[in-house]
Design a protein around this ligand. Structure first.
Ligand code: NAP
Length: 254
């Protein structure tokens, strides 16, 4: 059966899911925040930019006759996930999340887990270190509070304005990043500590595996709290759930 599905994206999995559901005959719209300057081509209809909070998203769901809302945003995009849960309730539309599991530390990992990027800055300590920041461009600003370190900063879009610190190197790159390349990067820049989000998945795990192999410290920023809604861990699992999640429109009183 064809359903009208809105996918909140901004992740590789959201793109894969959109393609997968469109290929099985669903009417799919992929929504992006519009932050990245050159999003990778999607192959399905895309809308871009915020909805105007939960109310705006609820109105969009009603206006478009959406049957199912899928929250496939990044695990650190907490605001849109909270809005999505609230909007689905307001509009009476079923919602499901695609949540990739976080990474767990394994033998040899030297992780310090913290709750916020501000805590990550503190965790670097006062002595100068050579730090790899594998964080979004919005999050790196917090590190201006610790200008004594050398920073290697990798982002998808340029960090503008640059950090007000004396010693920073910028790299532009989009994953996936393999372990061997990450290891070479960490060695080339003499990095001794990595700051990362616990994104989960394979695409950005290379730096974590590389840090373990080199015996480097990792400051891992924990995931934020997310709304409790039904969820799937993989694209295939979620795609298989879709028909069970959508009630026929007549039963929803649409
Ligand atoms: P956020 O703080 O949770 O959301 C901020 C606002 O951006 C939301 O209130 C919403 O605006 C808008 N927004 C976010 N995602 C949207 C989407 N998929 N479609 C339409 N509007 C959206 O989000 P964020 O952490 O800035 O992340 C922005 C986007 O980048 C997300 O799509 C996320 O999946 C992706 N991303 C984030 C990270 C990360 O680490 N945070 C990493 C990789 C990719 P309105 O309230 O006006 O609707």
């Amino acid at each position: 059966m064809t359903h009208r599905i809105l996918i909140l994206g901004g992740t590789t999995e959201a793109r894969q899911l959109a393609g997968n559901l469109a290929a099985t005959g669903h009417s799919v719209m992929l929504s992006l925040a519009g932050r990245t300057e050159s999003p990778v081509a999607q192959g399905v209809p895309v809308r871009s930019g915020g909805f105007g909070g939960a109310e705006g998203l609820a109105a969009y769901l009603r206006e478009t006759g959406t049957d199912l809302l899928i929250d496939a945003t990044h695990p650190y995009a907490a605001r849109i996930s909270a809005n999505a849960a609230q909007a689905a309730r307001m509009a009476g539309v079923p919602i499901v999340a695609l949540r990739r599991p976080g990474w767990e530390p394994v033998e040899g990992d030297r992780w310090t887990e913290v709750d916020t990027t501000g805590d990550a800055v503190q965790a670097l300590g006062s002595a100068p270190r050579r730090v790899f920041l594998a964080l979004g461009r919005q999050e790196v600003a917090a590190f201006e509070a610790a200008p004594q370190h050398h920073y290697l900063i990798r982002s998808v879009d340029p960090v503008e304005p640059k950090l007000a610190v004396p010693d920073a190197t910028y790299l532009l790159a989009r994953g996936p990043f393999r372990e061997a390349e990450e290891r070479a990067l960490l060695e080339r820049h003499g990095i001794d500590i990595v700051v990362s989000k616990n994104s989960g998945g394979a695409a950005t795990y290379g730096k974590i595996a590389a840090a373990r192999g080199l015996g480097l410290d990792v400051v891992m920023v924990r995931r934020p709290a997310l709304p409790e809604i039904p969820s799937a861990a993989t694209v295939d699992q979620l795609a298989n759930m879709v028909d069970h999640l959508v009630e026929p429109a007549a039963e929803r009183g649409v």
